[in-house]
Design a protein around this ligand. Structure first.
Ligand SMILES: [Zn+2]
Ligand SMILES: [Zn+2]
Length: 289
């Protein structure tokens, strides 16, 4: 037990040191500066070529979502996720050892070229996340947490990060076992991570893009807007367009829905007129139900 407590405390201070180092030492594999850079890039595109020309540059909930961006990308890990997950992973591995399992790796990919490992990771992680996203819509308990993301009424790049911190826990824990079953030979999935952030920023941006024929593979602003539609089609009452980075899963499994393009599509969910609009209230709201 003492080991777990030490690990928790060490992870906490390690993460703090890491965060300070990120901000004070810019580099090509620096999460902080890539997040800032990509955010500025997509924000600039929104200003130069907005889809909704009447939408204010500092749109409704702009500052709220900017806070979410830094909270969910950095502070949540700082406040505890990193420590909780290190302990959970250690306890999980100890549990496996006690029943005689040394590791979970079922398929060894470590000998493949780095680029193909990155591609496999990107595709598999995205497919798992597509499934988890569907669960968030289907399971009433999980939907209460996911409602925070669907409380967006005006889209802009930072809206990607408006989600309840429980989503991080749900996604990471459900992904852990399937991804651990693949033996990757590289530790650095920095590129995969930042690529998803970039595509996610674009999906929520005020841009009229769908990448032409690539729209059947890559998720895009015009498609993701329909994911946020307040009125859902009768035959898809839980939702449509669950894709995160890739749209192909929705086309393959019949959940794609882009009937026409409407920049001013009404967003949200039924009953959202009573949904709280501050960070603190949105944090506790799902636990009240
Ligand atoms: Zn959703
Ligand atoms: Zn979204």
């Amino acid at each position: 037990m003492q080991d777990y407590i030490d690990l928790f405390i060490n992870s906490f201070s390690d993460y703090w040191n890491y965060l300070v180092k990120e901000i004070t030492t810019p580099s090509w594999t620096n999460y902080f500066y890539w997040l800032v850079g990509l955010s500025l890039l997509v924000f600039t595109l929104e200003i130069i070529k907005p889809w909704r020309k009447d939408q204010k540059v500092l749109r409704r909930d702009f500052w709220l979502d900017l806070f979410y961006l830094f909270f969910n990308f950095f502070l949540f890990s700082l406040v505890g996720y990193n420590s909780i997950s290190n302990v959970a992973v250690a306890a999980f591995n100890d549990g496996l050892k006690s029943i005689g399992i040394e590791n979970l790796v079922a398929i060894e990919l470590g000998s493949l070229p780095v680029w193909s490992q990155l591609l496999i990771m990107f595709i598999i992680a995205d497919f798992i996340q597509w499934n988890i996203h569907r669960l968030l819509h289907r399971v009433p308990r999980l939907w209460e947490f996911h409602k925070v993301h669907h409380s967006i009424k005006e889209m802009g790049f930072a809206a990607q990060f408006r989600f309840h911190f429980m989503e991080t826990i749900i996604y990471k824990s459900l992904q852990y076992i399937p991804l651990a079953m693949l033996g990757f030979g590289i530790e650095q999935f920095f590129i995969v991570h930042m690529l998803s952030v970039f595509i996610g920023h674009l999906n929520h941006a005020n841009l009229s893009w769908d990448y032409g024929p690539l729209k059947y593979i890559i998720n895009n602003p015009k498609m993701h807007l329909w994911h946020h539609a307040r009125d859902l089609p009768a035959d898809h009452k839980y939702g449509v367009n669950y894709g995160l980075s890739l749209s192909i899963w929705d086309y393959l499994f019949g959940t794609a829905h882009v009937p026409y393009h409407d920049a001013h599509l009404e967003l949200g969910f039924h009953g959202d007129e009573h949904y709280p609009d501050s960070f603190g209230e949105q944090l506790v709201e799902p636990f009240k139900k």
